[in-house]
Every structure is written in structure tokens, then in C-alpha cells.
Design a protein around this ligand. Structure first.
Ligand code: SAJ
Length: 448
């Protein structure tokens, strides 16, 4: 059964069965979190590989924080299956944590949300008032627009057979300080009693603030603009990183000086903005604004700055090689890091990809080293370097992802094996003075 008048009490007592659909970066830690909080948990994924790995206690995500915390298969309150129908029949509340990527033409792809909802709704027990909560990032109005037609088509009645709500995931991969058990949450749904029940439920998952914020659209919008704001802030420093070198000023000096002001928020320029959140969510907001005919010029412009950053950097690198007299068609560049973010093994939307293809289009050969990724995670045309101490013969090395494993390589050893000991710090995290003293010709994003 789903909603009952004592749902809030049952949530406080851990006396609920929680289903999680989608056992990825967000879903698996969420399932583990509710299990550890004492709930009966059903985890569902369409991937046999994922289900089999989780059943063996192995971590199918690239996030090291999920290592070694997966309950053992014989844990009584832990059920993993590929069948949504099987799970739904046991659950009071079902959380949907499936991907919401953007399509090639940068439109939100809601296929997973739609399919997950339909599969849940067609398996629901009539009269159960099962609560279905979408956690995936969408834009305002999507939860209702995508799921209500399915509910109606199946002849289900809201408030009798099913309830829907939205509680955005705010999970930061590779950041144990902001895991599913340590982040504040907001709950949106039309029924405030259901909202209160879900606040009680999520309050058992996280130690941080959980609050009911009103209708679905408020919670949907909050999540999207959290990431839109981040994209805009990063775009500002990336745009400044293009301007200040032309003024013979290092943007990092300027940003560090500005950061002495109490309400200046410090961001860092880089080779680009990757991941499945920040470079994706703004397109949701742009889509919604377009739907209602209101321009989203700032959001669109910021996205363009970040999206073209890899191309800007590729142009700078090409000029550096030209200045160094490296003959066109003979240059070899080594990228340190491929993943979109430090300490995480995730190539999704990585800026390394457009950077590499822009360089390859200039007849520059590209190799990459990223110990957080498997060779098959790289595009075919990238030569994967697995042992950095054997790397040799490059004309330029670029720090793309600030993995500790990239920062701590044997820099002086590598300098000796380079054709040209030229270095480009694409994340502004290296000690450039020290490296210059070790014989590197140094360059960096935003540096003259
Ligand atoms: N980046 C910069 N400069 C910066 C910060 C980030 O270039 O100053 C780049 C990163 O290199 C990366 C991309 O932006 O390529 C995204 O980085 P991120 O730190 O925003 O990491 P994400 O994509 O994992 O964002 C997540 C988001 N969490 C959720 O959506 C729940 C985001 O809302 C968080 O603010 C972010 O983690 C975080 O705080 O680290």
C-alpha cells in the first residue's frame, strides 16, 4: 500500500518499503542510504550488468564513494531486480532516478522519465495511492506533463491509485561531503499532506534540511536554476579568461584579488564545463522559456561561452605549437585527464572530447591519460596512455582534469621525455613557477 493517514509516522519509524528505479550515480547511493536508514528497499535497473554487479556487492557507477557500501545480497531488507513490476507490488513509495540527458539538438530527452513512469503506473495496485517521486533533473512542468497522460491513459485516478511528487537529487559525485545523506532536499507536490509525509521520509535519509516547497513546478524550477546559476558563474570567469590575457593580465590574479570581497563568489576558468548536470540543465530552462515565449538571453549566452571554451583552448594550443616551430601534421599532444571532473571516472559531456576533436582537425595527434577511466571509455581515435612514466615524444602536455593522479605525476621525468617540454594548465591548479624551474615552458588558461 502507498499513502495512508499514518504515512508520516511509518516514515519516521522506517516502516515503509521504498522502491528506487535507476541504480546509477544517484539511484544506487539513494537505495543504499534508505537501506542503511532502516527501510525495506527494492532497487530496479534495466541493465542486467548493473543488477548483477550490485547483487554481487560490486559498484557499477564510476563514483568511488559507492565502493564497499553496497549491502550484501542476503541482507533481508535489500532487494535488487530488473523488474519494475515485481518491485512496485511491494512498495509504498517509488523514487525515479533515471537519466534526463539532452538530445543531439540540445533538447531535453524525457524518454527515460516517460518509460519509467509508464512501467510503474501499469504495475500499480488499484486503490493503493502509491507515491511516485521523480528525482531526475527536469524543467518546470515536466513531471505532470510526462506522467499525467500515462496515468489517465491507464485509467488510474490521482489521489486514489497514485500520487506524484518531485524531489530533485542534489548529489555531487566524488564529493563525500555532499552525498545523498548529507544534502538538503526540497519536496514539491500538489497535496501538502503527501508533502509532509515525504519530508518525513527524506528526513530519515539526509541529516540536512528537508522542506515542502509547494507544487511540483517550484521544486522542478529550483533544481534547474541551481545549476543554471553555476553555469553562468563559470561562464563569467571563462569569458574573463579570454579577455585578460589580451590585456596582459592573468585572470587568476584578478579573480583572487576580487575574492577578497566578502560576497564575491570564486569560480575557476578551465578548458570547459562537463558532466551530466551543469552543461545540460540550462537547456531545460531555455526550452521552457522558449515554450512560453520569454527570451533566456543570459542563460543562452553563458551556455555558448562554456560550450565553446574547448574550441578557444584548442586555438591557443595550436598557436603555441606554431610558435614553438612544431611542423603541422607532426605535433603530438598528451591530455592529462579525460573525465569531466576531478576524482570521478565519468566521461559524460567531458570538454576533453571537443578539445581533442578540434585539435585532431588541425592534424594534431592526441593521446590521453586518465587512471579513473578504462580504455574503452575513450573515443576510438584517442591513443590511451595507461603508464604515464612511459609517455614520451610529445610536443605539449595539457592538464584537462585536476585528478590528484594527474597533479602528482613525475613532471621532471616527463619533461625530459618530451619533444618540446611545453605545458598548458587547463584548470589553473598547478604550481607553474615550480614547473618552469624544472624546465617546462608554461602556459595556462587565462594567463597571458
Ligand atoms: N567547473 C569549472 N569551474 C568551476 C567549477 C566547475 O570549470 O569553478 C567545471 C568542472 O571542471 C566540470 C563542470 O564545471 O567540468 C561541472 O563541475 P561541478 O563542480 O559543477 O560538478 P557537477 O557537474 O558534478 O555538479 C554537481 C551538481 N550537483 C547536483 O546537480 C546535485 C552541482 O549542482 C553542484 O553544485 C556541483 O556538483 C558541486 O557543487 O560540485
Amino acid at each position: 500500500m502507498g499513502w495512508t493517514p499514518d504515512f508520516e509516522q511509518r516514515a519516521k519509524n522506517g516502516d515503509l518499503t521504498v522502491g528506487i528505479i535507476g541504480l546509477g550515480y544517484v539511484g544506487l547511493p539513494t537505495a543504499i542510504g534508505f537501506h542503511d536508514a532502516g527501510f525495506n528497499v527494492w532497487g530496479v535497473d534495466i541493465s542486467e550488468r548493473t543488477v548483477n554487479m550490485v547483487k554481487r556487492g560490486e559498484n557499477p557507477t564510476g563514483d568511488p564513494d559507492v565502493n564497499d557500501i553496497i549491502p550484501s545480497p542476503d541482507a533481508v531488507r535489500w532487494h535488487i531486480t530488473t523488474s519494475t513490476a515485481q518491485a512496485v507490488s511491494h512498495c509504498d513509495v517509488i523514487l525515479v532516478t533515471v537519466p534526463t540527458p539532452v538530445t543531439e539538438d540540445l533538447k531535453p530527452d524525457l524518454t527515460y522519465v516517460k518509460t519509467a513512469g509508464r512501467t510503474i503506473f501499469e504495475s500499480l495496485e488499484r486503490g493503493s495511492r502509491t507515491i511516485v517521486v521523480l528525482e531526475s533533473t527536469v524543467y518546470p512542468g515536466v513531471t505532470a506533463q510526462t506522467w499525467l497522460p500515462e496515468v489517465e491513459e491507464l485509467g488510474l485516478e490521482m489521489g486514489v491509485d497514485v500520487e506524484i511528487a518531485y524531489c530533485p537529487e542534489r548529489f555531487n559525485p566524488g564529493d563525500p561531503a555532499h552525498g545523498v545523506r548529507q544534502v538538503a532536499r526540497v519536496v514539491g507536490c500538489s497535496n501538502s499532506d503527501i508533502g509532509a509525509g515525504l519530508v518525513a521520509l527524506y528526513s530519515r535519509l539526509t541529516t540536512e534540511d528537508v522542506r515542502y516547497v509547494g507544487k511540483l513546478e517550484v521544486a522542478e524550477a529550483a533544481k534547474v536554476i541551481e545549476n543554471v546559476q553555476r553555469d553562468i558563474n563559470i561562464a563569467l570567469v571563462n569569458e574573463l579568461a579570454r579577455i585578460f590575457p589580451e590585456l596582459d593580465v592573468d585572470v587568476e590574479d584578478v579573480l583572487s584579488a576580487a575574492a577578497t570581497k566578502w560576497n564575491f563568489h570564486r569560480y575557476t576558468p578551465g578548458v570547459g564545463v562537463g558532466g551530466h548536470c551543469i552543461p545540460v540543465d540550462p537547456y531545460y530552462m531555455m526550452q521552457r522559456a522558449a515554450d512560453v515565449g520569454v527570451p533566456a538571453e543570459l542563460i543562452t549566452a553563458a551556455r555558448a561561452v562554456n560550450r565553446t571554451m574547448p574550441l578557444h583552448v584548442a586555438g591557443v594550443l595550436n598557436d603555441i605549437l606554431y610558435e614553438a616551430g612544431v611542423p603541422s601534421g607532426e605535433a603530438k599532444i598528451l591530455l592529462l585527464g579525460w573525465s569531466y571532473k576531478a576524482e570521478v571516472g565519468d566521461p559524460r559531456e567531458t570538454p576533453a572530447e571537443p578539445l581533442a576533436s578540434a585539435l585532431q582537425s588541425k592534424n594534431i595527434a592526441i593521446s590521453a591519460f586518465d587512471p579513473h577511466l578504462r580504455p574503452e571509455d575513450f573515443p576510438a581515435e584517442i591513443e590511451v596512455v595507461e603508464d604515464i612514466d612511459s609517455a614520451e615524444g610529445y610536443d605539449l602536455v595539457v592538464l584537462v582534469t585536476a585528478h590528484q593522479a594527474c597533479l602528482e605525476i613525475d613532471w621532471s621525468g616527463l619533461a625530459k621525455r618530451m619533444n618540446n617540454p611545453i605545458l598548458y594548465d587547463g584548470r589553473r591548479v598547478l604550481d607553474l613557477t615550480k614547473l618552469e624551474n624544472e624546465g617546462w615552458q608554461i602556459h595556462a588558461v587565462g594567463r597571458p
